[in-house]
Design a protein around this ligand. Sequence first.
Ligand code: SF4
Length: 307
Amino acid sequence: MNIMPDLLKKTKGRVGEIVDSWRDYPDRNDRFSHSALNTFVNICPLQHRFSYIERRKAKTKGPYLAFGSAMDEVWKTFHDTRAKKEVPKRSDLLTTFAKVWAKESRDPLIDWSKKGTREDWAEKGPKVIDKMLDSEPDLEVLDTSVHFVVPIIYSDGTKASERYLCGQMDMVAGVKGKRVIVVDLKTSGSRPPQEKLNQDFQSWVYCYALYCLFPQLRDPDKLSFRYHYYITTKAIQFHAFDVNPWTAQFDRICHIVRVMEAQSESGLVIPRRTGNFFCDGCGYQQACDDWTPTIPMIGETTNDDLS
Ligand code: SF4
C-alpha cells in the first residue's frame, strides 16, 4: 500500500495539526518551539527569559543565521523543483541564494567581527550549492516547509501543559511509497557528533510531532527523521544523519516544559555565565550584566536580619 497520498492532508480534529503556518497561530505565548527548549536547557535560562518571555530584541546576531536562512531557501527551491519531476538548475539556485542573501545579510544586527566577513560568507553559497547538486539523495518529495502544532501530552495521556509545540519541517519525503522521512537542513562549521543529534531537542520535538501527527506510522520501518548537514569547511562536506524517533524521550519533553513554565511564573532564573561557551554568541551581552532579579530569592537575608 502506498502510504503517501493522503499523508499531508490537514489533520484537524486529530492529535495535532498540520497548519498553513504556525506563525499565524493565535497567541505566540501559547506555543513552544524546540529552540525555546534548547535555549532553556542547553544554553542559558536567562537567555531563554530574555528571548522567549520578555521578548527582548537581541543586540547582535551571528552571520551563520543569515547564511542558514539563505541556504534553507535554496534547499527548498531544489526540492520543490524535484517534486515537480524537474532537474534543479544551478543558475536558479544561485539566483535564489543571491536574492535571499542580499536581504538577510543586510541585517544591521549581524556581527561580522568574529566569524568571517560578508564576502567570506557570500563565497560559501555557490560552493554549498555545488555540493547539494552532487549529494542530495533522490527522495520522493511530498512537501517542503510543513508547519505543525501539537499538544504536549505524557505517554499516559496526562496533559503536561495548556500550550503547544510548534515547528516547521523543512521537508517530508518518502521512499518507494512505504517509508516516510522528515528531513531538516543544517549548515555548520563542523561535523556534529551523532550523540549530540540524538539528544538535540529539535529531533525530539520533531519526532514527537511525527508521533502525534501520523499515528498510523508509529513503526521504525515506516517513519524516521534525518538531518542533511552541509559542513562549510574549505572543501564542503555533506553528511546525512538518521535519528531514530523511537529513542526520543517524549515524557522528558513534557517534564521540561513544566519546569520552564514553573520557572517563568516564579521569575527565578540562574544565568549560566561562568564558562558558558554560548555567552560568546549570545545576542544580549550587556543586558545580562545589567540584569537583576525582580523577585527576592526564597530565604534571602535582609538588612534587618543582620542588625
Ligand atoms: S551572556 Fe551568557 S549568561 Fe548572559 S544571558 Fe547570554 S548566555 Fe546567558
